[in-house]
Design a protein around this ligand. Structure first.
Ligand code: PLP
Length: 475
């Protein structure tokens, strides 16, 4: 049953559609800002935003960074986006390991068209440059790289990470940063440091299955919070959850959630940090795709607003330099001593050579140059994959419009089962990630995640094949 707010934004969207059709708002012209429209129509800011999102979804208007909303010159048809997720209100244990291990095994099969794992496009990795740097290091530093780089990790790398964090609004000292073996180890260390078995962790819904696995391993309970495909976690839903549950920590992928592609707007990141600071609750912030943004400006991180050391910021170089290097990092705030001890206890140190290579790549300016290239490539491939989904999938399909990263979250018609599709797709030589693995409580049976990192002839054919399978399943 739609609530009155839903009706209000739909009414507003209908009225604006009519005004655009009549030419009151002509093609390429600006429409009133969200604030002006909210005053003019006496509706809330969020009602206007929802209406504008809907019109964008219908290809009638577009947002231009720092300029506002404009009527599209040429009306482009696009599939609508999924709506805000609506998980249940109770925390739940996680049990997904069998499904996840099945996906892991398929992701290693070179014979399959890989639309499942969120792996970067091999052509978008700086392989030659990193190999050259590694060759150089091994010629000149052969003794040093055989030594442990004990926690907190290589000094020169931590200096480079701290310098880059400035672009995300963060003033970090290298001493606040600890090198890890990828982002996944950082997530594990943070949850281990902040929580005890049985604790409740509030998470965005859907959530990257690696995080759900870590919750499962530590015996933690997931409390899934409604999350918008553009704006990320709903702060009002989180506030409600905080009032009714003894939540130990909150975990978000603030920029380009995997699988949703959502990005918490910078002003709401501040609100989120302040909301948690009032209750002294840590925020584990995963920013592994934060550098792969399609807009003009690097989005901020929540950590930029952290005054109490409660934000544990995590990132890694797996999405942009290469997952095989296993270089990640964490700025754990007030949990630093505990995280450092855990890191030393679990793996003593991360390998030295990849840390040296990454530090050198950033310092030489190669990283910045490389990022500019892959941002354009990924933005293009995401658009191409999404257009292919529109061409071949049934008309009721919905798809996200990420402003960064390289995954698409696709909502299939209501009666579709993503696991059934997964099995059919495997027989046809294609892997995808079924919606089941992104929730502890099976919120997304008719969703799939597609990796849009690479788009070529076989990707297009695979999407066509999937479209046929979905149509067949619907019969
Ligand atoms: C959101 C998110 N966090 C963490 C990871 C894992 O990162 P790493 O390979 O650096 O451990 C991934 C990989 O897919 C991811 O998508």
């Amino acid at each position: 049953m739609p609530n009155t707010k839903t009706l209000r934004y739909q009414e507003l969207a209908d009225r604006l559609t009519e005004l655009i059709r009549q030419g009151t708002y002509p093609p390429s012209g600006r429409i009133p800002s969200v604030r002006q429209m909210s005053k003019q129509q006496e509706v809330s800011i969020s009602t206007v935003l929802q209406a504008y999102y809907l019109l964008e979804g219908h290809g009638l208007i577009e947002a231009r960074p720092q300029s506002g909303y404009f009527v599209r010159g040429q009306v482009v048809k696009r599939l609508p986006e999924p709506e805000m997720s609506s998980p249940g209100r109770d925390p739940s244990r996680v049990s997904l390991h069998e499904l996840v291990m099945m996906l892991m095994r398929d992701s290693r099969d070179p014979k399959l068209v890989q639309l499942g794992a969120a792996l970067p496009n091999p052509d978008c990795l700086p392989i030659k440059k990193i190999n050259r740097i590694i060759a150089n290091i091994t010629r000149h530093n052969s003794a040093a790289l055989h030594q442990y780089q004990l926690p907190p990790g290589l000094d020169t790398l931590r200096v480079q990470i701290a310098r880059r964090a400035v672009n995300a609004g963060c003033s970090l000292s290298p001493n606040e940063i600890l090198v890890t073996s990828g982002g996944i180890e950082a997530i594990d260390l943070c949850l281990h440091a902040a929580c005890r078995p049985g604790d409740i962790v509030a998470i965005e819904s859907p959530m990257y299955f690696g995080t759900l696995q870590t919750l499962e391993v530590h015996g933690l309970r997931a409390l899934e919070i409604p999350t918008h495909p553009r704006d990320g976690i709903s702060l009002s839903a989180l506030e409600f959850a905080l009032e009714h549950n003894p939540i130990r920590a909150v975990l978000t992928i603030s920029n380009f959630n995997n699988p949703l592609g959502s990005q918490i707007p910078d002003d709401r990141k501040k609100d989120l940090v302040e909301m948690l600071a009032r209750r002294d609750i840590p925020l584990i912030e995963n920013d592994v795709s934060g550098e792969i943004y399609f807009g003009e400006k690097r989005p901020m991180v929540c950590k930029a607003f952290d005054k109490k050391g409660l934000v544990m910021l995590i990132s890694s170089f797996s999405k942009d330099i290469g997952p095989g290097l296993r270089v990640g990092w964490v700025a754990p705030g007030r949990f630093k001593a505990e995280v450092e001890w855990l890191k030393f206890t679990v793996s003593a140190a991360s390998p030295t050579l990849p840390q040296m290579a990454v530090a050198e790549f950033i310092e030489s300016g190669g990283y910045e140059h490389h990022l500019r290239h892959i941002r354009r490539e990924y933005a293009r491939n995401v658009d191409l994959l999404s257009a292919a989904v529109m061409r071949y999938f049934p008309g009721e399909t919905r798809v996200t419009r990420p402003s960064g990263g390289f995954v698409l979250w696709v909502q299939l018609p209501e009666n579709m089962d993503s696991l059934e599709l997964y099995k059919l797709a495997l027989q046809g030589g294609i892997t995808l990630a079924p919606g089941y693995v992104f929730s502890a409580t099976q919120q997304f049976p008719n969703f799939i995640r597609l990796n849009a990192a690479e788009f070529n002839y076989s990707t297009e054919r695979a999407i066509e094949q999937l479209g046929d399978m979905i149509l067949e399943m619907g019969k």
